[in-house]
Design a protein around this ligand. Structure first.
Ligand code: KG4
Ligand code: ZN
Length: 343
């Protein structure tokens, strides 16, 4: 049995996976969304204190489930990327358990864990192209094996998830912004969405950019405020316009990528991959290009320990263990940026 621990941002989560079958046996998560919502984003100090509270509660639940920790053979822990103060909370729990139980510690790359959200209770499929859209990242990754993953395109500025969050914040709505913006966008009648310029329209290579679009939504809100109170119908038209343009930008990059890559399967992962409009549009593009699309179950799109434990199983099999007494806590199989197709 392997225990996975996730604390890279505002979700405390633990999961137990069988090391032989990779089957997810138990998982539990305590989210902090309501605590951060008044600030319109994650406050690291607050997140850290809440992990200090919630991780031991989750560990107790795992212990109750297992009738003690005797069956644990390894601990997998997200060590990067993420908020340093919250990563350390999880790492301390992981090191304490590994030390007390005399079992190996496996450092996990959070991005690799998101990719493995596609393979919960399933064997992995390689080669695989992945579009990773989260609060911290917007990437195209090529994965040729569990330890062989390269970032081939990334955002030049903001991530897509962060942009959803900012649009919600600018409209005075809650955090996380993605689900709020998605549901408001649904209320916009067809063809009535606000029009925004497609980011990096004339860029020839593969890259994402969301800061210009974010700024354009800010200006549209300011102009509307000058006219008076911002109506619900304006909010819906703005959210629909933002979501449509941001998704068109993802599609524009994927088209270019598909034209240059022989890999037949695309995985869509990260918090934003829970967005049904994004899923639908990418699904249609995959059909057009004859690519298979892999999606994670909705409950595993945002941060969770099940995906951490799932990578942990692969790395346990390769004996990719990390030292307990070391200040370098980087996972051995970090994703590297190796830009391709810079046309
Ligand atoms: O992967 P994740 O849980 O955390 C990071 O690794 O960053 O992603 C969180 C992000 C947030 O920005 C949130 O607004 C976004 O995912 N998100 C969504 C939706 N659900 C969550 N964005 C768009 N539509 C959604 N339905
Ligand atoms: Zn994440």
């Amino acid at each position: 049995m392997l225990l996975g621990i996730e604390s890279s941002c505002d979700d405390s989560s633990l999961a137990l996976v069988d090391l032989q079958t990779a089957k997810l046996l138990w998982h539990s998560k305590i989210s902090q969304e309501s605590a951060h919502s008044p600030y319109g984003g994650v406050v690291p100090e607050l997140a850290s204190r809440l992990h200090a509270l919630n991780l031991p509660l989750l560990a107790q639940r795992a212990k109750d489930f297992l009738n003690g920790f005797g069956a644990l053979k390894a601990i997998a822990i997200t060590t990067c990327p993420g908020l340093s103060v919250t990563l350390l909370e999880g790492l301390m729990l992981a090191k304490t358990l590994a030390l007390g139980l005399n079992i190996p510690l496996i450092a996990i790359d959070h991005l690799q864990a998101h990719i493995f959200s596609l393979f919960i209770d399933k064997p992995p499929i390689f080669p695989l192209s992945v579009l990773l859209v989260s609060g911290g990242h917007t990437l195209i990754v090529e994965a040729h094996g569990p330890q062989e993953m390269q970032i081939v395109a990334k955002s030049l500025d903001d991530s897509l998830g962060e942009s959803f969050d900012k649009v919600s914040k600018m409209l005075g709505l809650s955090y996380p912004g993605g689900p709020v913006v998605e549901s408001l966008a649904k209320a916009c009648p067809p063809q009535e969405e606000l029009k925004f310029t497609l980011p990096l329209k004339d860029h020839k290579g593969l890259a994402f950019s969301f800061s210009g679009l974010k700024n354009a939504t800010r200006l549209a809100i300011m102009q509307e405020k000058e006219k008076g109170a911002v109506s619900e119908s304006f909010k819906a038209r703005l959210c629909a316009g933002f979501q449509k343009t941001a998704t068109a930008h993802l599609l524009q990059n994927l088209r270019r990528y598909f034209a240059n890559s022989p890999i037949k399967t695309l995985g869509l992962v990260g918090g934003v991959s829970a967005n049904l409009y994004v899923r639908e549009r990418i699904n249609a593009l995959c059909d057009e290009f004859g690519r298979g699309l892999l999606l994670a179950p909705l409950e595993f799109c945002s941060d969770n320990a099940a995906m951490v434990a799932r990578v942990g199983v692969e790395l346990f099999r390769c004996k990719d263990f990390s030292p307990l007494y070391d200040t370098d806590i980087s996972p051995h199989t970090r994703l590297v940026y190796a830009p391709k197709f810079l046309l």
